[in-house]
Every structure is written in structure tokens, then in C-alpha cells.
Ligand binder design. Structure first.
Ligand SMILES: [Zn+2]
Length: 274
């Protein structure tokens, strides 16, 4: 399917950093963060439902049009982000068809990792890769839970303009105007996220820590480590299954109880505030 281009947000060129094999006798550190190619491979590897679907990781390091990135966030996604960014993806010769798009401010993440690691270059490379992978898993969890893959209807140029207007308007909102607390990060989201983090750790060959993917304190919830303990070995037991199968089964009882306890606490706090 093709969609008429309507904007001039074209990057000069989308450079794909290929994770090539090191030359003999020389083992250079890989660049910090994760490349578009690696993130695409990761998404296909850990979400079986997406294997025939285009995946579009959108990286600020590649000059993605900042007007469509919410202020102050490290990642976000939406069911029409691919449509919103269609002209930019097409200019970079990446557009294939409707697909799953998620935005990562890898420049900000890599900068934060540098501030945390100081001059330790190897540690910086490791932490920044983990952090980018973790934020990518967070955004992918939204796309899985909200089933973006089932919402890839054909779009018209008029719809593309609408999607861009809505996205740009939303991105201009300051964070305090956005829904607060755990909205959008309920138990099904946390469950899917923990599965994705487990799969990503295996696929990438290094741990993708839950705490890098989920700010429990910002959402007023129990620690992600508590949820990780409560879900127990479910991610390992269901590692090869599609998410539609996983989400059609109840989560472990301890996981469900932890969420119920969090909601009861929120309810109590609401009453006390009134
Ligand atoms: Zn989120």
C-alpha cells in the first residue's frame, strides 16, 4: 500500500548501524544503544504475532521529527505512529506497509547512561544497551496489550494528515497534563512487559533489568521487582507462546493479589483525600 507524502520531515539519510563481526585481533566496543536493525530483530524475535508485520523503531539519534515526540519522555508509541511518520519513514526508504512503530529517545537515554557511568566506556556501552532495550520493551508491551497489530487498516492521505495533527497536538502537552499514575500500565501491561523483558534478555544475551523498563514509583505501584517475583517462572514456562495465548490464561495468583493490593491501596488513598 502506498500513501501520498505530505511533509518535508525527511532525514538526510537513515544510517543503519550494522552489528558486524569484529576483525581478528581487534574487539572494538559496540556503539552505545541499539541500532534500528537490532531493535527490529528484537521485536520480531520476542513477539511471535509480529513476524509478518513491518516494525519501525523510531530513534532520535536518526533525526526523527521531534514534533512527534512527547516532551520529556524516553519512549512512546501509538496505533497510528507509523502513519504519522510515514513520510519520514518513506524518505528513509524504510516504509513497507502499515506496521508497529515505537519511538525511543535513545540520545537522552545514552546521555543519562553516560552521566551514571562517568568515564567507564565499557560500562556506559553496556548500561545504554540495557536501557534502550528496556524502554523498547516498555513500548512494545503497550503495542501488544493494545493489539496494534489488529488495527493496521489501510489509511488515506486525509487520515494521515489527521493522525499527524492529533499526534503533534498531543506531543505538545506538558507531562502534567497527561493521565497520571498507573493509567495504561495496569496488570495486563506489567505481565506482558515481564514476559518481553525475559525474552529480550535471552535474545540479546544480557539482562534487560525490569527497573529500567518500569518506574513503579512514578505509577504509584509496588516495585517491579515485587511483580517480577510474583509472576514467578511464568515468562520462562511460556517463552515460546504467542501473547494471545498468554493473556487468555489467568496470571499467577500471587501476581493477581499484588495488583489487587495495589488497587485497594489506591482506593483507600482516594477516600482519604476526599
Ligand atoms: Zn508506558
Amino acid at each position: 500500500m502506498s500513501i501520498a507524502s505530505t511533509t518535508n520531515h525527511a532525514p538526510p539519510a537513515l544510517s543503519v548501524r550494522v552489528d558486524g563481526a569484529p576483525a581478528a585481533g581487534c574487539v572494538p566496543s559496540p556503539p552505545p544503544g541499539l541500532s534500528y536493525r537490532r531493535l527490529t530483530q528484537l521485536a520480531r524475535a520476542i513477539v511471535p504475532e509480529w513476524r509478518g508485520t513491518p516494525i519501525y523503531p523510531v530513534l532520535t539519534s536518526e533525526g526523527a521529527p521531534i514534533a512527534f515526540c512527547p516532551i520529556g519522555t524516553w519512549g512512546y508509541c501509538g496505533p497510528h505512529l507509523d502513519v504519522t511518520l510515514h513520510p519520514w519513514l518513506q524518505a528513509g526508504r524504510r516504509w513497507r506497509d502499515r506496521g508497529i512503530a515505537f519511538w525511543l529517545d535513545d540520545v537522552a537515554i545514552i546521555k543519562a547512561a553516560r552521566e551514571a557511568c562517568g568515564d567507564h566506556d565499557d560500562l556506559h556501552a553496556t548500561i545504554s544497551r540495557q536501557w534502550v532495550a528496556a524502554v523498547a520493551c516498555h513500548e512494545m508491551a503497550h503495542a501488544v496489550v493494545d493489539n496494534f497489530a489488529a488495527r493496521l487498516d489501510d489509511v488515506t492521505p486525509a487520515f494521515e494528515t489527521f493522525a499527524r495533527t492529533v499526534t503533534a497536538g498531543w506531543c505538545l502537552k506538558a507531562l502534567p497534563e497527561l493521565p497520571a499514575s498507573y493509567f495504561g500500565h495496569e496488570a495486563p501491561f506489567i505481565r506482558v512487559l515481564l514476559h518481553l523483558l525475559h525474552r529480550a534478555s535471552i535474545y540479546l544475551g544480557y539482562r534487560v533489568p525490569p527497573a529500567m523498563a518500569f518506574r513503579s514509583d512514578a505509577y504509584g505501584l509496588s516495585s517491579i521487582w515485587s511483580y517480577s517475583a510474583a509472576i514467578d517462572d511464568e515468562p520462562a514456562r511460556m517463552a515460546g507462546l504467542p501473547f494471545s495465548t498468554i493473556t487468555s490464561t489467568p496470571p499467577p495468583a500471587a501476581f493477581a493479589k499484588l495488583w489487587a493490593d495495589d488497587m485497594a491501596r489506591h482506593e483507600k488513598e482516594r477516600h482519604e483525600e476526599q
